[in-house]
Design a protein around this ligand. Structure first.
Ligand SMILES: NC(=O)c1ccc[n+]([C@@H]2O[C@H](COP(=O)([O-])OP(=O)(O)OC[C@H]3O[C@@H](n4cnc5c(N)ncnc54)[C@H](O)[C@@H]3O)[C@@H](O)[C@H]2O)c1
Length: 254
């Protein structure tokens, strides 16, 4: 029989990829997981999988560009759990657009989802976490922006670099309330995003890149999820303000 969880976690973009893998790990670790996404069937399936494994989870449709909805989903979680114990802001898009065709609108769309979308959730969650003097936030950046550049992705790289600044500013502000904020900058991870030929490397591009990764392979979503789960856990109790690069050694390899 499943026992009700006393701590809650919220994951954005939790229907597929890194977000789904993270929701599954957090469910295994005893959180009541609020799986949120714009992809409703996928998010429902992740929540169902957590429950089937004996955990606690529910799906809430959430577009991270909707400020009122971000505030409301956190308020609903706070009403039941007092505050979130863990917040993983993961939702992101990486549309390819050479700078010559990178319109203001395309730039703004990526910033609205990838950077401001994280801020909206952190702003909503931080007060109750701070009042309870407990909780941790993990933000998903990318090696593109945090460490290296990515051609045809100036907007994405700039937004992902911005996340490292957001992590630092939120961490130093919230540390006095015993709330930690960290980030992960994934390398090449086998998800729908990286497998997109239109927007990213595609299956052939990933296969060609794998030998150049010091660990000799493309990463799996679960390998980012485990690090995100560590960052929001008590095991990382003295770690704040950092964005950890998790890339199989790609950016330190020659
Ligand atoms: N896959 C990689 O190689 C890689 C590398 C570095 C960083 N990342 C980052 O990891 C995060 C997860 O990406 P992924 O690889 O799992 O890709 P993915 O495409 O599988 O998942 C992205 C998720 O974000 C959701 N999303 C998109 N727009 C949204 C919106 N407006 N509101 C709410 N949710 C929205 C999608 O529905 C999806 O669930 C992203 O921030 C991405 O930039 C991925």
């Amino acid at each position: 029989m499943t026992t009700a969880a006393t701590k809650a976690a919220l994951v954005t973009g939790g229907g597929i990829g890194i977000g789904a893998a993270t929701a599954l790990v957090l469910g295994r670790e005893g959180y009541h997981v609020f799986v949120t996404d714009v992809l409703a069937p996928e998010g429902e399936a992740v929540a169902a999988a957590i429950r089937s494994a004996g955990g606690n989870a529910e799906f809430a449709r959430l577009d991270v560009t909707d400020t009122a909805a971000c505030t409301a989903v956190v308020a609903a979680a706070n009403a039941r759990f007092g505050a979130l114990s863990a917040l993983v802001v993961n939702a992101g898009i990486a549309p390819r657009a050479g700078y010559e065709i990178l319109t203001d609108e395309k730039w703004d769309e990526v910033f609205d989802i990838d950077l401001k979308g994280q801020f909206r959730l952190i702003r909503a969650a931080a007060p109750a976490m701070s009042a309870r003097r407990q909780g941790a936030i993990a933000c998903v950046s990318s090696i593109a922006g945090a460490v290296v550049g990515w051609d045809d992705h100036w907007h994405y790289s700039a937004a992902k670099a911005g996340i490292t600044g957001l992590v630092k500013a939120a961490a130093c502000e919230l540390a006095k309330h015993n709330v930690r904020v960290n980030g992960v900058a994934p390398g090449l991870i086998r998800t729908a995003q990286a497998l997109s030929v239109e927007n990213s490397m595609g299956p052939e591009g990933l296969a060609a890149a794998a030998p150049g990764v010091p660990l000799g392979r493309i990463g799996e979503a679960s390998e980012i999820a485990e690090v995100l789960a560590f960052l929001v856990s008590e095991k990382a109790s003295y770690l704040t303000g950092q964005t950890l690069v998790v890339d199989g050694g790609l950016t330190v390899g020659l």
